[in-house]
Design a protein around this ligand. Structure first.
Ligand code: AQP
Length: 345
């Protein structure tokens, strides 16, 4: 019996990175489980508490939560098959975070790299000290413990994530092991990482950075709801290079072209090596046209589904209520057990 669990922050409209690195992958996994009749629980959540780790426009955040919920379903998550919910509606996440933070060393949190990049600090920065470091919010520093609590609250066995999240899952395993050992219980499953098959998708404007919801440059990303016209325009304007000759996959010297090949391979669900013979004699313009047209086809379903869903707030509210009830049942049962194990019940 497995439990597959993952989440996404409502920090803006989902883009190709979120789609290929997360939501489409979750939908593929769900499809496989359905088709092969595998006995598996699926839980996908909107990580709204996590989005508070960086400054937000709270009015906008409220809208973005709903948009993220609709996007998740538009990307192919079936709310009848999977439990889909907002993290903030399940208080047990924060309650477990407190308990697990008492099993987490500050040293290991110091080694996590994501809070540093979100705080614009170097990867070797540590929390000791004052100045810029002293301004880092406790929530940002401690959010990997909240992530561990998310996963462990549902006793997940498998967590599909992108490569950037694998360090946090490693921490989750360490916390689970520490808890199991200190409470002599073996209560928590040690969750496995399911890495997304697609490589990281990079910004279309600066391929040294990843495509990101919070990047203010809308031309750096393609949203899952993008119109065909916009897709053509944005792909056409993608930064590439001035190297002449064949199309090659060379992420160091040709990051822009390589990113287009990564996107194409994600759409076509094939390896980059399989693509190369088909496109190596293309001009850059022809490659861009092919990427744009294949994206237009691929995104047509999620974008039209999203347009329908977002008009129907009542339906979305009904689904999230249903998801909250289902998730809360598991969460409260597991938290009760944890409380017993730490002498609180
Ligand atoms: N560029 C990307 N390429 C591949 N996968 C990506 N993911 C995000 N960006 C890319 C995957 O999306 C999942 C959900 O991410 P998240 O919402 O928790 O936050 P994030 O990883 O920080 O995503 P963003 O878009 O960059 O959001 P902001 O700007 O708010 O930080 C994860 O599984 C991630 O791997």
């Amino acid at each position: 019996n497995s439990t597959i669990f993952s989440g996404i922050q409502p920090t803006g409209m989902f883009h190709l990175g979120n789609y290929f690195g997360a939501t489409r992958n979750w939908s593929d996994l769900s499809e496989k489980i359905k088709n092969e009749n595998i006995n598996s629980k699926l839980l996908f959540f909107i990580a709204d508490l996590h989005s508070l780790t960086v400054p937000q426009d709270y009015k906008q955040l409220q809208e973005q939560r709903l948009e993220a919920f609709a996007s998740l379903i538009a990307c192919g998550i079936d709310p009848e098959q999977a439990t889909v919910f907002y993290q903030s509606q399940i208080p047990e996440h924060s309650q477990l975070q407190w308990i697990l933070s008492c099993f987490t060393g500050i040293g290991i949190l110091n080694r996590m790299t994501q809070w540093k990049s979100k705080a614009n600090l170097k990867s070797n920065a540590t929390i000791e000290g004052s100045g810029e470091l002293g301004k880092v919010k406790l929530g940002l520093f401690a959010y990997p413990v909240l992530m561990a609590s998310d996963v462990l609250l549902y006793n997940a066995t498998h967590v599909p994530v992108g490569l950037d999240q694998s360090q946090h899952l490693e921490l989750t395993r360490e916390i689970a092991e520490a808890f199991n050992k200190q409470t002599k219980s073996g209560f928590f499953n040690i969750p496995k990482t399911l890495l997304a098959p697609s490589k990281k998708i990079l910004s279309l404007k600066n391929p040294a950075k990843k495509m990101s919801k919070s990047d203010p440059d809308v031309n750096s990303k393609i949203f899952i709801t993008e119109s065909p016209k916009e897709i053509r325009k944005k792909i056409n304007k993608t930064v590439t290079d001035s190297i002449e000759g064949k199309i090659t996959f060379d992420p160091i010297n040709r990051p822009g072209i390589s990113n287009l090949l990564t996107i194409l391979s994600a759409v076509e669900r094939c390896r980059i090596e399989e693509l190369i013979p088909k496109v190596e004699n293309f001009s850059k313009k022809e490659l861009k046209e092919l990427v744009a047209e294949s994206l237009i086809k691929d995104l047509s379903v999620p974008s039209s589904k999203y347009a329908e869903l977002i008009k129907n707030r009542e339906y979305l509210d009904k689904l999230s209520k249903q998801g909250t009830e289902k998730a809360r049942e598991i969460a409260s049962k597991n938290l009760k057990e944890v409380m017993k194990l730490v002498g609180m019940a």
